[in-house]
Design a binder for this molecule. Structure first.
Ligand SMILES: N[C@@H](CCC[C@H](N)C(=O)O)C(=O)O
Length: 287
């Protein structure tokens, strides 16, 4: 099976072009094998670039543990780059179908004729607890879960929950330490108050327009960036009164710019997309 390795701000996935080859049979198992950093190609998961009846392409994404997610913010920028650079749709405005609907993207092409930055209209956040989903009690009449005092593992935090098509739990902290990200992250991911599990963002506010984020991702562990997570942080920062509507977010693998538009309620995310290498993956024989 032919593949291409790409990353967006260090959030790296194995991409399979299903325009030029048939759809893999068992994608969750393939995601586990390909993502393995010692026995496979290595990555945070697998993304299938598929034809779509309603958009220029369809993105289907699987985490490193084989679970499927509705959306991937860094992944969709890379899908857009692949679709443009490989002449599947050589347009600077693209639409891509995801598990969270059809999203619109604007591509920036560098001097070499290849895409280097992409802006994604991430749509409107979902803020009602049951739709995220979380059973953590709402803090407002409209059902939003904002700055709610919540205990995890005997420690007290204030959490804000946001869905960008996939679920996020945003926690503002003084310092996003290993103890929080690697120690508490997996416990929050599987906490029963998140019936579909959850992605967890630990966020330091540098100023009202600048934050630093570390992410524990559902199904993949700590990643170097999370685009839906960064979008959720932008929304959570405004709702919790900590940041402005436009922020620069520093992640382990690079920076993303986010803006929560006051008029239409959509979040715009801008960031890099890079292709690293291509190859052929030989499916391990089963004995
Ligand atoms: N890294 C991604 C999100 C990938 C999916 C996530 N782990 C989930 O299960 O929802 C991003 O950039 O948004």
């Amino acid at each position: 099976m032919k593949f291409t390795k790409m990353h967006g701000a260090g959030n790296d996935y194995v991409y399979v072009d299903c325009f030029s080859q048939s759809l893999p049979e068992n994608a969750p198992e393939l995601a586990r094998q390909m993502s393995h950093r010692h026995f496979g190609i290595g990555g945070d998961g697998l993304i299938l670039i598929r034809p779509s009846d309603v958009a220029d392409a369809r993105m289907q994404m699987f985490n490193a543990d084989g679970s499927e997610s509705e959306m991937c913010g860094n992944g969709i920028r890379c899908v857009a780059k692949y679709v443009f650079d490989h002449s599947i749709a050589a347009k600077e405005s693209l639409s891509i179908e995801t598990g969270a609907g059809v999203l619109k993207l604007r591509l920036q092409v560098g001097d070499d004729g290849r895409v280097d930055q992409v802006t994604v209209d991430m749509g409107q956040p979902i803020l009602e607890g049951p739709k995220i989903p979380t059973t953590i009690a709402a803090s407002s009449d409209d059902g939003h879960v904002v700055s709610v005092p919540t205990e995890f593992d005997g420690r007290q935090f204030e959490v804000t929950c946001v869905s960008m098509g996939n679920p996020h739990c945003v926690i503002f902290v003084d310092e996003a330490t290993d103890d929080l990200v690697l120690g508490l992250g997996p416990k929050i991911e599987t906490d029963p108050r998140f019936p579909n599990r959850v992605n967890v963002e630990f966020v330091e506010v540098i100023s009202p327009s600048e934050v630093r984020q570390r992410t524990w991702e559902r199904g993949s562990g700590e990643t170097w960036a999370c685009g839906t997570g960064a979008s959720a942080v932008c929304v959570a920062g405004v709702l919790a009164g900590r940041t402005e509507r436009r922020i620069l977010n520093h992640l382990l693998g690079g920076d993303l710019t986010l803006e929560w538009n006051a008029e239409n309620g959509h979040v715009l995310m801008t960031g890099p997309a890079s292709e690293v290498f291509s190859g052929e993956f030989h499916l391990p024989s089963r004995s």
